[in-house]
Design a protein around this ligand. Structure first.
Ligand SMILES: NC(=O)c1ccc[n+]([C@@H]2O[C@H](COP(=O)([O-])OP(=O)(O)OC[C@H]3O[C@@H](n4cnc5c(N)ncnc54)[C@H](OP(=O)(O)O)[C@@H]3O)[C@@H](O)[C@H]2O)c1
Length: 246
């Protein structure tokens, strides 16, 4: 593929956000290299098949990317999974798989991709969640993985200041992708009337990328929910746990 066009590498390309990110970046002139275990329904650019929870697969994956391109302009660390269970009932193997995918895999891939990102003074986009700053009962494991991802993103940005590599952290609220149907755990999350669309999220993410923003909370009103939670923590705990009563 070796190309003069800018290149975006996206993990979780076969899912809702991955597809939407691929469309918006491709529309704006980027070559796409997508990673997931399964082929996307609508292929865009090059697909590389890998299980990101298997650390042994990473060297080969990065070698494959290096054969396709000499530079990476944007690395979108998007692949992730949910887990709906209380800490009391949680299966620890599922917890380990979740942390492997949501936290260790983006850290490990970003580390290995730094040389290709340095060439182009590129951007790393981490896909976290509002659950990374709002504690949600029965989603504690997922929250923990995204709180950790936020810490990674914010400290990596500072550490890379002199390299020209920028880090943008995206924190979406509930978006319609079928994400909850693929989650670990035994609980079903409560319905929300406010779920957004992956296409609108991807557009907002692209704008945030162009403006070199550090963070995007989408939709922005989740910031008020965080303010509400910090102001009335007991009331928030009661309200949020009440939604999960079986
Ligand atoms: N949807 C939401 O409401 C929402 C809200 C906030 C944050 N997020 C975050 O946004 C990201 C994307 O969510 P989404 O809604 O697009 O999820 P999704 O539709 O379930 O897609 C998840 C993607 O991750 C890939 N993936 C899962 N396990 C993998 C593995 N072991 N190795 C490689 N790839 C793997 C899947 O591909 P394969 O199965 O083909 O491997 C798929 O492409 C996640 O990090 C999620 O936590 C989602």
């Amino acid at each position: 593929m070796t190309t003069a066009r800018p290149v975006t590498v996206i993990t979780g390309i076969s899912g809702g956000f991955g597809q939407a990110f691929a469309h918006i970046f491709s529309k704006n002139g980027f070559e796409i290299i997508g990673i997931s275990r399964h082929e996307p329904e609508t292929p865009i650019g090059h697909h590389l098949s890998a299980d990101l929870t298997d650390p042994a697969s990473l060297p080969h994956l990065v070698e494959q990317i290096g054969r396709l391109t000499t530079h990476v302009d944007v690395l979108i660390l998007n692949a992730g999974v949910g887990l709906y269970d209380s800490w009391k009932d949680m299966n620890l193997d599922e917890l380990r798989s979740l942390v492997e995918l949501n936290f260790f895999s983006p850290v490990a891939l970003a580390k290995r991709m730094l040389p290709l990102l340095k060439t182009s003074k590129g951007t790393i986009i981490t896909v976290s969640s509002v659950a990374g700053f709002l504690p949600v009962p029965c989603m504690g494991a997922y929250c923990a993985s995204k709180y950790a991802l936020n810490a990674f993103s914010d400290t990596l940005r500072a550490e890379l200041l002199d390299t020209g590599i920028h880090v943008l952290n995206i924190l979406p609220g509930r978006i319609n992708t079928g994400f909850s149907t693929r989650a670990f755990g035994s609980r079903t999350p409560p319905e929300t009337p406010f779920a957004g669309s992956p296409e609108k999220l991807a557009k907002a993410a692209f704008r945030a990328y162009v403006k070199k923003k550090r963070q995007l909370v989408y939709p922005g009103w989740y910031r008020f929910l965080s303010f509400f939670r910090n102001t009335f923590p007991k009331f928030y705990d009661r309200l949020s746990s009440g939604k999960w009563k079986k």
